[in-house]
Design a protein around this ligand. Sequence first.
Ligand SMILES: [Zn+2]
Ligand SMILES: [Zn+2]
Length: 259
Amino acid sequence: MALEALSLASGSSGNAILVKDDTTAILIDAGIGIRKLTAALRYRGVDPSELSAILITHEHSDHITGAVRTAHRYGVPLVANAPTLQAIRHSENVPTQVMDVGECIAFGGMQVRSFRVSHDAACPVGYTICGCKSTITSVTDTGMLLPEIQEEAANADLLILESNYDEEMLIEGPYPYFLKYRIKSENGHLSNDAAAGLIIDLAESGRTPSVWLAHLSKTNNSPSIALATAQHLLWAYSGEHLNISVALRDIPSLHWIGN
Ligand SMILES: [Zn+2]
Ligand SMILES: [Zn+2]
């Protein structure tokens, strides 16, 4: 059963990644409105009622906008750690499932585990999803590359990695100082350079995952700059090429099929 990942939306105005195999489908985040989410899922051949889980990384609106309504309407559990579930306003009749950080839970043939990231939310996490033969790791909304992130990334066949901002564009851009500071902080977001650093480390240790650059800022980045930074630094430092793509912001874009 091949594991697949499909980007439905990715960026600071909405995030949703569909991961599926032949029998099971789950979402990582549901940060777009229910109508748009339903259309994007159906476009990819999945009815929302067929989802086994909506994994939530953290409670910021760009990750949960459509989560509660989708969970309620289609009876799909919101899966997250207890502090995150607490931080999401929802009524008692919304199905939920607590998943502690580091815990591993099976959904059909997929093994899902969460790991800590560094972000200004209640208890933010990334997720690794293992199928029979391949592994997907998704890391967004982290100001630092913690050791557990590096460990998870090292085993991924597909690495979905935040590449939020270009340093220069952020510094010279229109955001107020406090927001620039927050984005650059250890609990903020990952820059293009930082994302490239992790990709270089992976290449130098002989890993060759496919990489999706994700969660790009609309104001402080562009797909072409993010991609050029990653490819240029990777080539300059390691002399390697990897399969690197950019997940688009508001529309379904990338589709990866593993083994
Ligand atoms: Zn976000
Ligand atoms: Zn966030």
